[in-house]
Structures are given as structure tokens and as C-alpha cells.
Design a protein around this ligand. Structure first.
Ligand SMILES: [Zn+2]
Length: 238
């Protein structure tokens, strides 16, 4: 390899699109403190009345500008349950309004984390790429009483605990809707926006799956709060 070739390869390495970020270990999420009080579950080792925890979480949602309805704790059998359920309909903050037309049912702790990611990171990223304000999140219903991948047997889905949402598109103030399925087929701005949203979500959730992870996730981002192993440090970010 001559010097010129080496120099060109070096230049390419320095200027090529940073695709490595898709596979590189997300070190930043391992060391940074998680943004909202732990849904995590360390809270479970503390003998606090769940109603007190729920009340505090409700205050957090209110402070975040989340428009929601507080529901009664419920259990539907087969291990499906939410101790602190809420239905969220919007996030309203000064200069920002993001609707959830699907009105997903989520655990309060999960809803708070979702609102944090959207407010602090996702909405600014989306606005930056789309040149229009993020107006709504196109999503699934959040809570669904089922096992992972709808299998008859096996582990229960985080959806069955209110700890997951499936996002299939982002809607903007100018009327555009950017579908998650455009992760590889959209315009450069759309693809980069979806990649940035997906990567950033790995810092806020413990499981992130999307197009390319497997066929079941070809058209949506699955963001959940499942615990992998003994600590909350391990992430699945595919
Ligand atoms: Zn899902």
C-alpha cells in the first residue's frame, strides 16, 4: 500500500459517516446517572407504601407537563399487572405540545422516563432534523397482556407490566409523519433522525429494538424497562 492510498484511507476513516455508533458499546449510558428517579427497581427493596411511590410519581408527571389520567392498580391474571397505571394523552410544556393519540396505558414510572427522553432529547433531535416541531407520537397501546413475541409460553412481555411502548412514527407540526419503517429507506435526514432517536433512547431504556433487530420489529421502536441480569446497567440496544 503506497503512501497516497494510506493517506486516502486515513482521510476516509476520519470523514466517513459514523456508522460505528450503531454497534459501539454505549459507554455513556453505563456511567451517566439515569435522569429520573429510578423506576428501577431498587425502589422495590425499600419498604415504601406503593401508594406513596405512586403519589410521588404522579407529582413528577405533573411537573413534566404530562397530561394523564391516574388509573387504579390492576392485575389481569397471567402475571399481567400495573401497580401505578396511568393513561397519557400529551406532554404540554412552554413552547412544546406532543400528543399521544393512542392514549397508551403505562406504569407511572415508565411514563415519567418516556416523558424525560422525549422532552430532553427526542423532541429537540426530531425538530432539528425535520425542521418542524414534534407534534405527536404514533404508538401502540403500551399495556398489552401477553408474553414476549406473543409466544404461548416463555417470559412475560414488559408490555404486560406497563413498562414498554411501541413507537411506529413521529408526527410534526407541518403535518408530516415520519414512519420508523423508513429507518433504512427514508431520505438522509429521515434516516439520520431515526438513528439519532434510536441511539439516544438506549440511554433512557434498558431494551431498545427496531428495524433490523428482527422481523417482529421491522416497523417500530420497542422501548422498555426490563431488567437484564442483576443490575440495571446492562442494556439491549439493537
Ligand atoms: Zn413492544
Amino acid at each position: 500500500m503506497n503512501i497516497k492510498t494510506t493517506a486516502m484511507l486515513t482521510l476516509y476513516a476520519l470523514t466517513a459517516p459514523p456508522l460505528y455508533v450503531l454497534t459501539a458499546p454505549p459507554l455513556y449510558v453505563l456511567t451517566a446517572p439515569l435522569p429520573v428517579q429510578a423506576a428501577e427497581p431498587a425502589a422495590k427493596s425499600i419498604t415504601e407504601d406503593p401508594a406513596v411511590t405512586f403519589n410521588r410519581c404522579v407529582q413528577t408527571l405533573e411537573s413534566q407537563g404530562v397530561i394523564f389520567t391516574r388509573l387504579e392498580e390492576f392485575t389481569t391474571g397471567k402475571g399481567c399487572k400495573i401497580a401505578d397505571p396511568v393513561t397519557i394523552t400529551a406532554i404540554r410544556q412552554p413552547g412544546r405540545s406532543i400528543d399521544f393519540p393512542a392514549k397508551p396505558v403505562l406504569s407511572c414510572q415508565y411514563a415519567a422516563r418516556l416523558a424525560t427522553w422525549l422532552s430532553d432529547v427526542a423532541a429537540p433531535i426530531a425538530h432539528n432534523f425535520a425542521k418542524s416541531a414534534l407534534k405527536a407520537i404514533s404508538s401502540g397501546p403500551g399495556f398489552v397482556c401477553r408474553n414476549r413475541y406473543n409466544r404461548k409460553n416463555g417470559k412475560i412481555s414488559e408490555h404486560a407490566l406497563g413498562n414498554a411502548i411501541d413507537i411506529n412514527g413521529f408526527v410534526f407540526a407541518d403535518g408530516r409523519r415520519i414512519a420508523v419503517s423508513k429507518s433504512t429507506t427514508g431520505t438522509e435526514a429521515e434516516r439520520r433522525m431515526l438513528m439519532a432517536l434510536r441511539i439516544s433512547s438506549c440511554g433512557y431504556f434498558t431494551t431498545v429494538l427496531g428495524p433490523g433487530a428482527n422481523p417482529a420489529h421491522k416497523d417500530h421502536f420497542h422501548l422498555d424497562f426490563g431488567k437484564h441480569g442483576r443490575t440495571w446497567n446492562y442494556r439491549i440496544c439493537e
